[in-house]
Design a protein around this ligand. Structure first.
Ligand code: AMP
Length: 111
């Protein structure tokens, strides 16, 4: 069965998009833990951080900054859960971008 985020990339499952380019997509987490909770993914399927080539991360870095600009936020937290025991539930690399604009970010559980 195809992965859920690959289906989002193909438009087979709806998502609330923030930004997209040829290689990456940013969309709202369906179950936000903070006022801003975005998932940033490569369109190509990699299981997680361990599985992702550094060249992809180099490009993703610029895209992440563009997402922050799009959202007009300067302060945010980036998290990626790498593996089941780290809390990973969807096995398609995603970076959580979490923010609470104008206020100190706090939340009780780590994603
Ligand atoms: P992780 O636990 O790091 O694998 O995070 C997976 C995240 O994907 C969770 O925060 C979920 O709320 C989110 N998620 C799962 N399905 C969807 C979906 N269809 N659209 C948006 N976010 C989703």
């Amino acid at each position: 069965m195809e992965c859920i985020f690959c289906k989002i990339v193909k438009g087979e499952i709806p998502s609330k998009k923030v930004l997209e380019n040829e290689n990456f997509l940013a969309f709202h987490d369906i179950n936000p833990i903070a006022p801003i909770h975005i998932l940033i993914i490569p369109k190509e399927h990699f299981e997680n951080f361990s599985d992702t080539p550094k060249e992809t991360f180099a490009k993703m870095s610029d895209f992440i900054k563009a997402v922050a600009k799009e959202l007009d936020i300067s302060d945010y937290r980036l998290i990626t859960n790498n593996g089941k025991n780290a809390g990973q539930e969807v096995f398609h690399l995603h970076i959580h971008m979490i923010a609470n604009p104008g206020e100190k970010l706090k939340w009780p559980k780590l994603v």
